[in-house]
Design a protein around this ligand. Structure first.
Ligand SMILES: C[S@@+](CC[C@H](N)C(=O)[O-])C[C@H]1O[C@@H](n2cnc3c(N)ncnc32)[C@H](O)[C@@H]1O
Length: 285
């Protein structure tokens, strides 16, 4: 399988085969493991009902209603994973469906934080891991990121939610030239989900609930972040009944020794949530 990238590496002085890059680059077989989903925008998407998410009265993001996407997927004749989820009245079925159809509160926290602290995104390359509805990635596009790669576990989520949401918020040129959509599990694709380009900013929300998948998520972060880049992780301090959370993640990152982690924000109303920021340790880049 071969992939066509819409981004121009020359624009940012990055080469896919940068000889100065001391991290291992990907072999062509690795590209076969990540699935690139074409950003097809149909009349149906354009006519779909959406709601407008108003973040701090400063950011407006249009998104499809999760319920209607779920209903649509469960009515399709093919055997998609969402059917099982709807039948089981479940938010999440481990290794089948990881909750991407719902908007989780930390993704809103993350948009809020990026907006309030005016994190510069203009002209930068951004990767959103475990994107689901894709709010932080869409915000990055609104702030004129150079390009955004959206990744989710489920192809159904990317095709029926992420792509429609992106198309509701940006014009077709931005969609075709600046966006890329990938589906696949972090561990199934190992550390090889990301082709050899790396990103200035990695965003991820509500993805560290399962301690078993943290090592593969971490590998992707390590592989995917440029020198000088920053990662923002928005998550609950503790995921009751699941086990993961920000303290355990922080400890894991600390033990690996590649990044420094700081807590930039704590949100205490309701279940405690946090925004963590990760930067390369000087010696680890
Ligand atoms: C709880 S949802 C959060 C979705 C979205 N970020 C939000 O906050 O609304 C967790 C997301 O992480 C992704 N995810 C979880 N485990 C994964 C894995 N092992 N490999 C790839 N993606 C995974 C799923 O795609 C899912 O969209």
């Amino acid at each position: 399988m071969s992939f066509q990238f819409n981004f121009s590496f020359e624009d940012q002085n990055i080469s896919a085969d940068d000889p100065q890059d001391d991290k291992p680059s990907l072999e062509s077989k690795d590209l076969e493991t990540a699935k690139e989903i074409p950003s097809k925008v149909t009349e149906e998407i354009l006519a779909a009902e959406y709601e407008v998410l108003d973040v701090n009265k400063a950011v407006a993001i249009r998104c499809l209603r999760s319920k209607s996407v779920e209903e649509k997927l469960s009515s399709l004749s093919d055997d998609n994973c969402i059917k099982k989820t709807v039948e089981n009245h479940s938010d999440l079925i481990p290794n089948v469906y990881e909750g991407g159809l719902k908007i989780w509160e930390c993704s809103v926290d993350l948009v809020e934080h990026l907006c309030e602290t005016r994190v510069p995104l203009k002209g930068l390359s951004v990767l959103e891991l475990g994107c689901g509805a894709g709010l932080p990635g869409i915000y990055a596009l609104q702030q004129q990121a150079h390009h955004v790669c959206f990744q989710d576990f489920n192809e159904e989520v990317i095709s029926h939610l992420t792509i429609p949401n992106v198309s509701l918020n940006v014009d077709s040129e931005t969609m075709s030239q600046k966006c890329r959509f990938l589906s696949g599990g972090w561990s199934q694709t190992g550390s090889d989900l990301i082709p050899s380009e790396r990103y200035d900013i990695i965003l991820t929300a509500e993805t560290i609930y399962n301690t078993e998948s943290v090592p593969s998520l971490y590998k992707l972060m390590r592989r995917g972040l440029k020198p000088g880049g920053t990662i923002f992780v928005a998550a609950k301090t503790h995921y009751f009944g699941v086990g993961g959370g920000t303290r355990l993640f922080e400890q894991y990152v600390h033990n690996q020794g590649d990044f420094t982690v700081t807590t930039c924000k704590k949100i205490t109303g309701g279940v405690q949530r946090e925004i963590l920021k990760m930067n390369w340790n000087a010696e680890a880049r």
